[in-house]
Design a binder for this molecule. Structure first.
Ligand SMILES: *Cc1c(COP(=O)(O)O)cnc(C)c1O
Length: 400
């Protein structure tokens, strides 16, 4: 019996990628080794986060950075930093911002369930632009002037969800924001690879960028990175680190928290519940090193071969397979399986449901089910599980 079976929980074959619901990305052995090694000693978390800051700065080109409890926590802490700056009184009052500015501008078309992460800081979202393309009411996306027109004395910053198709252009938005002395916080949680995004987003002038540590970086699922301007990273760090020390003794590393810039010592901040352990920090930094060095690119051929095993096994089934290889040499290939729903008499939803309930339980990518397509993402595949996934799908499609 495995460790999960002992708990009465059945492991699943995950071919949906590094989704949080199924436990994130697989941690490579050096990352697991680092996690275990780090657990054996005690260190100052402030010093460890300062070391993380140096590594994150080197990897991103940002002034500073911290390891957070996922990209979602990075968005929360980054939002808090935009609201408070170094104002200890405001830090003390978050997430209640009754008598100080806390408005964060967001494009209406970029709103999502991750808004909670921003609002948890106390930030009040102010929508700009429209969602005309989805509404089938027009052709235009959100434009920089719409953000500018919404700025008031209540505005503390802008939140921007980055993807290669995001609009408006991030550099133009950041330039406008900086004319108004406002920071831009970018959600790039799932936008790695390509590796270039580690540096290119900071290079746009974005003041803070959030990345997931538990997706393609393959660190612990519960980690993330907040990279950006030194003063904002300091404000974020102050609100989630353990602050219970005597003012006479407290001696944080100046590169992360410059005490001279502060009028006093804040107490535990609203972000205290977003803590990250020493093991998680060290494992994430190890994974970041592997990711930035390109170590994972070598596995793409294996990924491709495993997807081909699945496609080959479906050659005579009522479906059409399309294997998409990465266009940037870093992203994993993907297999799309278009179900012939009328021949089969089942929808892709039915097949997905059966696969989840089968033995072994298989979770396929569900982003295109309405188009009749199962998506297979190879991140967690081995040669053995690839064969098992092929067999499970054949079984659902009426074969053997
Ligand atoms: C995954 C994701 C997040 C949350 O990241 P975690 O590291 O799981 O906290 C936030 N925003 C977007 C767009 C994401 O894809």
């Amino acid at each position: 019996m495995g460790i999960y079976e002992d708990l009465g929980v059945t492991p699943v074959i995950n071919v949906t990628g590094a989704v949080t619901r199924l436990g994130g990305a697989p941690m490579p052995q050096p990352v697991l080794d680092a996690f275990v090694a780090a657990a054996g000693d005690c260190v100052s978390l402030e010093e460890l986060q300062a070391a993380a800051s140096r590594r994150i700065a080197a990897a991103t080109g940002a002034e500073a950075g911290i390891v957070t409890a996922g990209a979602a926590a990075a968005l929360t802490l980054g939002s808090a930093a935009m609201i408070t700056g170094d104002d200890l009184g405001k830090m003390e009052r978050l997430p209640h911002c009754d008598d100080f500015a806390c408005a964060v501008l967001i494009a209406r078309e970029q709103r999502s369930g991750y808004d909670h992460a921003v609002r948890a800081s106390g930030a009040r979202l102010v929508e700009v632009g429209f969602n005309e393309i989805v509404a089938n009411a027009g052709v235009r996306r959100t434009e920089v002037w719409e953000y500018e027109a919404a700025i008031t004395p209540q505005t503390v910053g802008i939140i921007y969800s980055f993807s290669p198709t995001s609009r408006p252009d991030l550099s133009e938005l950041a330039a406008m924001a900086h004319r108004h002395k406002l920071p831009v916080l970018v959600d790039a949680a799932g936008e790695l690879p390509p590796r270039v995004h580690l540096t290119s987003l900071i290079a746009t002038g974005a003041d803070l960028v959030a990345f997931s540590g538990g997706k393609a970086i393959r660190g612990p699922q519960s980690t993330g990175i907040l990279a950006g301007r030194g003063d904002l990273i300091r404000a974020a760090a102050l609100q989630f680190l353990d602050m219970d020390d005597h003012p006479e003794l407290w001696d944080p590393p100046p590169e992360l928290i410059d005490r001279d810039k502060l009028p006093g010592v804040p107490r535990h901040g609203f972000g205290r519940g977003y803590k990250v352990s020493k093991e998680e920090i060290v494992a994430l930094l190890t994974a970041l090193e592997l990711f930035t060095s390109g170590a994972y690119d070598r596995w793409l051929e294996d990924d491709h071969r495993r997807l081909q095993i699945i496609a080959d096994s479906l050659a005579n089934a009522p479906c059409a397979c399309r294997l998409h290889t990465s266009s940037n040499g870093e992203s994993a290939p993907q297999l799309e399986i278009e179900i012939d729903e009328s021949t089969l008499g089942k929808t892709a939803f039915d097949v997905c449901r059966e696969l989840r309930a089968g033995s072994p339980r298989v979770f396929v990518g569900h982003g295109k089910l309405r188009e009749g397509v199962l998506v297979i993402q190879p991140l967690h595949l081995t040669d053995d599980t690839a064969t098992a996934v092929g067999a499970a799908i054949i079984h659902c499609l009426g074969g053997h």
